[in-house]
Structures are given as C-alpha cells and as structure tokens.
Design a protein around this ligand. Structure first.
Ligand SMILES: Cc1cc2nc3c(=O)[nH]c(=O)nc-3n(C[C@H](O)[C@H](O)[C@H](O)COP(=O)(O)OP(=O)(O)OC[C@H]3O[C@@H](n4cnc5c(N)ncnc54)[C@H](O)[C@@H]3O)c2cc1C
Length: 497
C-alpha cells in the first residue's frame, strides 16, 4: 500500500512527486507512456512567464509568480537549462497601447517585479531585428527560458533518488474507493494508495470522473510550432510576445534554452486528446503572424515542426485541491499555460496539502540536488580531456549535429528513471535534436540502447508501444553484412519533441 500515488509523469506530476518525496511517505508515480515527459510537457514554448498575464487572485497567477521565482535556484540545484533572457510584449503602431498598460497594471497587481513600458529606441537597442511597425513594448525582465524536457526529467530523477517508485507503461484504467484508500486498476495490475494525486494533463477529467461526481471538462487546445536551425538562433535574444487582440494572443518568437529559435503557437480547440499533428494551414499561419514581430522570419531554416495540447478547463483556472466528494483524491487539473512556469510552485503546494492532511514529518535525509549528465559540447578543452581520460566513450561522437557522445547516451540510460527509447535519449542528451533530426544518429542510438538494455534491436522503440524502428530484414543490406547494415531501418527522424 502506497501513501500517495501520483497519476501522470508530466512536469506537474514529476514536480508533485519531487516535492512529496521530501516527506516521510511511500510514493509511486504512475505513467502510461514509456517515459516521463511524453505529454504536453514535451511540446510547449519553454517560457518561464513573468506572471503579468494571469487574472489577479487566481491559482494561475499565484502559482506562476511563485514558480517563476523558484525556477532559477531550482535549475542550479537540479542542473537543467535555464536562462533569464527577459521578455517583451510588442505593440504595433495600429494597436491601442492601452492594452500594454493593462498588462503592466495586471503584472504589478500580481507582484511581478521590474515591469516597464519602453519606447522603440530602447526596444531597438535590446532587439535590433524587431519589425518596423512596432512602436512600444512592455519589458518583463523576469521572463526566462527553460529546457522543458530536462526540467521534467530532473525532477523525476530527483524524486526517484528520494524513494519515489516510477511505474512507467502503466495506464490507469479505473479507480475505486474503499475504506483504506484507493484501488487503482492499471494495464499492469492493481496499485493501492491512501491518497491519489491526479496530474493526468488532458486526461485529468477522465481520471477525475473515475471517482468523483463533480463536473470537470478539459478541452484540448492545440498549439503548433516551427523550430529553426541554430544557424539563425540569434534572431532574437528576448522572448517576443505580441499584444493580444480580440482575434487571439498572437504568436511568439523566442530563443530556446539550447540556442535554437522558435515561433508559435496556434490556439485551436479540438476534440482529439491525441491530436498532436501539425497542419499546413497552422504552420503557414504562425510563420506569417510571426513576421509581424521581426523583420524577417527565416522560413527556409525550419528543422522541424510539432504541436502540443493545452489542458483547458471551463473555469479557466488551475484546479488544485481535494475533490469535494472524494476525500483523499487530489486534483491537479486544468494545468494549461503557464503550467511549466508554475510547476515547482504546484509541486510545493501539493506537498503542503498532503503534509497538512497526513500530519507526516519531513524526511531527515532528503537529497535536494541532482548532478547533470556531463556534456562534451559544454565542456572546456581541459574538462573534455579529463572526461575522455576517465572514459574513452566520451571521445566517440554519436550525434554530430549536437555533438553528443556515446558516454553521455550510456549515462542517460543508466540513470534513475533512465531512457528506454530513442526519444527518451533525445530528451536527456539531445542526440537527434539537431539539424538532421536524428537521420544519422538514430541507428547508433538504437544499437546503444539494445546493448545497454540487453534487448534485440527490433525491440527498441522510438517512443510508445508500436513505434519500433526496425521492422525487418532487408536482403540487399543483409548481404553487405554488419548489424546496422543487416537491418532495414525505418525513418527514425521524427520531430524535435
Ligand atoms: C502550445 C503550448 C504552449 C505552452 N507554452 C508554455 C510556456 O511557454 N510556459 C509555460 O509555463 N507553460 C506552457 N504551456 C503549458 C505547459 O506545457 C503545461 O501546463 C504542462 O506541460 C502540463 O504538464 P502536465 O504534467 O500537467 O501534463 P502532461 O505533460 O500532459 O502530463 C500528463 C501525463 O499524464 C499521463 N496520463 C494521462 N492519462 C493517463 C492514464 N490513464 N494513466 C497513466 N498516465 C496517464 C500522460 O501520458 C502524460 O504523461 C504550454 C502548453 C502548450 C500546449
């Protein structure tokens, strides 16, 4: 019997697990995918919002501002990519600057520090490539960018080191309440827990409906993106938002934590909770709308496109609290944007709710730091040599675009909550994230996974079940000999998320 079962291994569930692991409790995290960070947490803008946008007094506003304040220190403790690059909300000459002042007032009410409206001259000194029609901007110095994959993975690893059991490839099918707590039926059998934390993203209403009669309805709202080659990674330094209009919030142009440039997202309410496909219209729309922010959008430098689903709840706020009619069942639902920014605050808040309910004490031996995987690309010449002296596999470059070595991939596999798929390796060390999108390195990554996990290469998946990469023997290649040449490798390129 677990004290707490967290359902969902996105950034919300992993943050809840990480902060809960500071309490003296037996905890598990149940995730239907083969890895953490396979849902919305892998497909978003990667922005740590300052907190000027959320309605004052809402959970969104509180969690966003607190999360944004926590993020920098957390990035140092858990070693994930974070950069306080600042953001700008652009106002074009045909737009009413009253909208900019309204955001400034809202941000001040929410307690966001350092906000001010700047004129075009100062704006140009910050962003020389801004579009000619932009006359003013709201400057948000606390805005930042974060690596959403490693934020999630780092919290999962840290939770695991502190005793949380990760049950991956376990899909929750049903939940029943009994006098001891909850019986959670999963695709792999029953799990019992005294408390349940529902952090199932776009499925949170489905999980909620398994035990509660109170209404909850999540509408997936798709956001599509284009990601550009690092060659044009310095198009902008800050995150450029557009002033929202009646037609929508516009699209952003932003650097990513790893030095790419990205534009998006669209905002399309859809029925399909798995509808993460991109569309020609959606991508054309974001490219043309982004052109209102910068002098030129480098459309020919797009290396991939992807889409994520916001979990929009009708009340337009985060729902974080125990279900009224089911004692012990804690919803963390409707976590749409700014859920990534808010994640540390949400985890901290949820752990507080469980602590108050159980009266349990803090763990005396909580480990609150995590070391990152050494990166050859980010190392100095001396550091690189020291790594190679320790392990020659640091000299074997597997992914040429992102300069990722065999040793880094092996470590990603061997860690707690280690990589089991090609995409899981990609999220942890960036092999396959570069210009060729895994075209060259995926077969090598696949072979390393097979070797390390003692599996046949045909069993290695790109991501979830059914995404096996090697589908059979190719006679022509078989005659050429060698393992990689023996197999017919289906395109392993895929998207960046
Ligand atoms: C287009 C877009 C842009 C965004 N940009 C930003 C941004 O810049 N900044 C920001 O702060 N936020 C942003 N967000 C919001 C942020 O990405 C989300 O709030 C956050 O990722 C939600 O995380 P989550 O863990 O709640 O959901 P998810 O990451 O979706 O995780 C939920 C998990 O639950 C699992 N699950 C579901 N059903 C079951 C089941 N039956 N059994 C077991 N497991 C199950 C899923 O597999 C999934 O892994 C954006 C979102 C989108 C879509």
């Amino acid at each position: 019997m677990y004290d707490v079962a967290v359902i969902g291994g996105g950034v919300t569930g992993c943050s809840c697990a990480r902060y809960l692991s500071g309490l003296d409790l037996k905890i598990c995290l149940i995730e239907r995918s083969t890895d953490v960070c396979e849902g919305t947490s892998k497909a978003n803008s990667g922005i740590v919002h300052g907190g000027y946008d959320a309605r004052p007094g809402t959970m969104k506003a509180k969690m966003n501002v607190r999360g944004s304040l926590m993020m920098e220190e957390l990035s140092k403790k858990l070693s994930f990519g974070y950069k306080r690059n600042g953001s700008l909300v652009l106002c074009r000459k045909e737009q009413d600057e009253a909208g900019l002042h309204a955001l400034l007032t809202r941000g001040n009410t929410n307690g966001v520090e350092g906000l001010r409206i700047i004129e075009r001259e100062e704006l140009l000194s910050l962003e020389p490539n801004v579009n000619e029609a932009v006359v003013k901007a709201l400057y948000v110095p606390t805005g930042a960018i974060v690596d959403p994959f490693m934020l999630t993975v780092a919290m999962a690893e840290n939770a695991a080191v502190n005793g949380v059991e990760f049950m991956l490839s376990h899909e929750v099918k049903d939940i029943a309440k009994d006098e001891d707590g909850f019986v959670i039926s999963t695709s792999e059998g029953e799990i019992r827990a005294k408390y349940v934390v529902n952090a199932a993203g776009v499925y949170a209403d489905v999980i909620h409906g398994m035990v509660s009669k109170t209404p909850m309805k999540i509408t997936p709202t798709r956001g599509q993106y284009c990601l550009f080659d690092k060659e044009v990674g310095d198009l902008v330094k800050h995150t450029l938002f557009q002033l929202p209009t009646e037609k929508g919030k516009g699209v952003l142009v932003t650097p990513t934590a790893h030095g790419n440039c990205m534009v998006g997202p669209t905002a399309e309410a859809i029925d399909d909770r798995e509808g993460t496909n991109t569309t020609a219209e959606g991508l054309a729309d974001i490219l043309s709308t982004a052109a209102m922010s910068v002098i030129e959008v480098p459309g020919r430098k797009v290396i991939t496109s992807f889409a994520g689903l916001r979990a929009k709840e009708a009340g337009k706020d985060f729902i974080i609290g125990f279900a009224e009619d089911v004692p012990g069942f804690l919803d963390v639902a409707g976590i749409d944007s700014p859920g990534l920014s808010a994640a540390p605050a949400i985890g901290e808040y949820v752990a507080g709710l469980i602590k108050d309910k159980t009266g349990v004490s803090l763990k005396s031996h909580f480990i609150d730091v995590r070391e990152g995987i050494p990166s050859v690309t980010l190392s100095s010449d001396e550091e690189r040599q020291a790594l190679i002296d320790k392990d020659p596999a640091f000299a074997n470059v597997i992914c040429r675009c992102e300069m990722v070595t065999e040793a880094e991939i092996v470590e990603a596999i061997r860690r707690p909550v280690g990589a089991r798929t090609v995409d899981a390796v990609k999220r942890r060390v960036r092999a396959g994230m570069g210009r060729c999108q895994g075209g060259f390195c995926s077969p090598k990554v696949l072979n390393i996974l097979a070797r390390e996990l003692k599996l046949d290469p045909t069993e290695i998946q790109k991501a979830d079940a059914g995404s096996e990469i090697i589908v059979g023997l190719n006679k022509e290649l078989e005659n050429a000999g060698g393992l990689s040449a023996k197999q017919s490798v289906r395109s392993a390129g895929g998207d960046n998320r």
